[in-house]
Design a protein around this ligand. Sequence first.
Ligand code: SF4
Ligand code: SF4
Ligand code: FES
Length: 478
Amino acid sequence: MPEIFINGQSVQAEPNQTVIEAAVANGIEMAYFCWHPQLSIAGNCRICAIQVEGRSWVEIACNMPVSEGLRVQTDSELVNEYRKSVMQLLTLNHPVDCGICDKAGECKLQDYHFQYNGAPSLSRDPKLRLTKFHPLSERIVLDNERCILCSRCVRFTHEVSKSKSLGITKRGDASVVRATEDGSFNDDPYSDNVIDLCPVGALLSRSFFYKSRVWYLQPTPSVCPRCARGCTVQLWHRKPEWKLNALDARHNVSIERVTPLENAAVNGPWICNVGRDLGSFFERPRAEQAMTNGSPVDLPLAIEHARRLIESAKRPIALLSNWGSNEELDAFERALGARFEAFYKIDRVPEPGEVVEDDLLIRADKNPNTAAARTRFAPFEGDAALDDATDLLLVWGEGLDFTRVPRGAQVILLGAWLHTDNAQADVFIPISIQTERRGHYTNFEGVVSAFELCVAKKATVADAEALFAALAAPPGSK
Ligand code: SF4
Ligand code: SF4
Ligand code: FES
């Protein structure tokens, strides 16, 4: 392992590392815009300047291989002057419209300006005007005045998503990022990753456009439930101290944006666009009212009614949700596993137009916890499990065609979303969704990931884990 010295500090590097990789791996701060650990080296922003001791010029750390005994400075007088001039150049035509930019608060250009430059522009020429709201795709808007031409977005589409749908056209200060004319950037299921990759506020999400300042939001670690990959994500929602009182109160409980949380064992630093849209997925109309025979009742009454049905059933069958967490599946097994013949069902199948499967992340199984359900229960493989002797069906989650319920069987339905089937059940009990509870999912490769609570559930809604214990108690129990 080569030993190198950064600002006199000894660093043990890997043989094939660059200086920037060795620095980052050892927690040494290094400025960079165009470098990204998962992309090829472009070396075009020049902000990662370093000076090799004994040399009278600066070089770039992102393209310098380590070698035994290499000694570099990141803060010599020459490097500081050079980095300052790079910041002057990068902001030469930049509009510095941070006050209205969605990237403000997470922008490297802002941070480095204050850290390494801090001086007003030296130029007396008017700034170049470029397109402000260029529609790069149906999901992404490009502000060319803010773009520093680092080419991260272009390299992503060539090297990671492989759509090859972005490029840089023209030359000099007329250079602009553009999508190919065949519309393939629109069809790239990973396109929104370029929004995170962009080190400045040039690539903007239409769904998050002017929606919130990022410092009003807090990220909660979670798992994307939209396929069996189970990508690790952050769900961004409003901080309690910035709760809206006079404006639209729905913003206090909604998921305002979704970003990847890097996890080498699952998704690396990427997620697909379906995961980005989790906010609208979770905002589908909710079922929050318990019912018996289609009429609203209080939750305890519905639970009591369900207990009586369970107690009197001769052949009760349970169809369990592969959206249930590991804890909820275990809770069912513990509380009701001996009372029911239980199968797990497939709650969701690919939607029309959805990418079914690919080589990067997306899996054909559009459910988060099939792997855990499979180790605990048999699969529900159709009507063979449901015969005319079935007199009680407990259905948890989505995906059952109600025409398949055996004639004469009574139904207890546990659901989170408004659906016409809810009123058909003898007992309907509304249950919480993932953002209202904690738990774990097991992905298709056996990796267990945790999701945390974002917002509290309503009192009229049950948590499945506690509900199963309540249903197992004899009728009349408190
Ligand atoms: S749009 Fe952003 S990521 Fe793409 S080249 Fe410009 S600054 Fe870099
Ligand atoms: S690949 Fe699957 S788990 Fe990952 S973000 Fe997309 S839908 Fe969600
Ligand atoms: S990070 Fe090294 S040149 Fe851009």
